[in-house]
Design a protein around this ligand. Structure first.
Ligand SMILES: [Zn+2]
Length: 179
């Protein structure tokens, strides 16, 4: 197994399944591939780690899709499914690159086999404060991906939260949706 097998088994296979489409999230996946296989001076590359990752279906739904259905065997032959939110298309490429690496770190750590979901907030605990999140970030950093502040999503959510201040029912709905 080498980097080209990884390309075929993950990127090509996700394209073929109709789960992965072109865009900034796709570019983020390509960036992950490039960084993991890059040699930095005398530092060896992370190709072996890349190749050993569980086979992942990378799913980048399009923004206008409020819902989507797939045949049950879309993910047949894959060991993990990675969902990359359409809202990422509004973020900087650096933020997306880190998100992709962070998700692959979850896969490497086996978090897709239990509670492996990415959440913005959970019962008052900030996403980044959760154990799995710290582990994924630490591993992504080891792989040379630094966390970048998100912009569009937080700005949008803060703006929305402000717009519904004084509307208790909407506020309650919003808080429920964050859980
Ligand atoms: Zn995470």
């Amino acid at each position: 197994m080498n980097q080209f097998n990884w390309w075929d088994n993950n990127i090509q296979a996700s394209l073929k399944a109709g789960a992965l489409r072109l865009g900034k999230r796709f570019d983020g996946v390509i960036n992950f591939y490039k960084v993991m296989t890059r040699w930095d001076g005398d530092d060896k590359s992370n190709e072996e780690i890349l190749v050993a990752l569980p086979k992942t279906l990378i799913w980048t739904p399009a923004l206008p899709h409020a819902g989507q259905v797939f045949r049950p065997n879309m993910a047949a032959g894959f060991d993990a499914i990675m969902y990359l939110s359409p809202s990422l298309e509004f973020e900087s490429q650096a933020f997306i690159n880190h998100t992709v690496a962070h998700e692959f770190a979850h896969v490497h750590l086996g978090h897709h086999v239990g509670e492996g979901s990415i959440q913005l907030a959970k019962a008052g605990i900030k996403h980044g404060d959760q154990q799995h999140e710290r582990e994924a970030d630490a591993l992504a950093a080891e792989w040379r991906f630094k966390r970048v502040k998100d912009t569009w999503m937080s700005r949008t959510m803060i703006a929305f939260a402000k717009s519904i201040a004084g509307k208790p029912r909407l506020c309650k709905k919003f808080m429920e949706a964050l859980k």
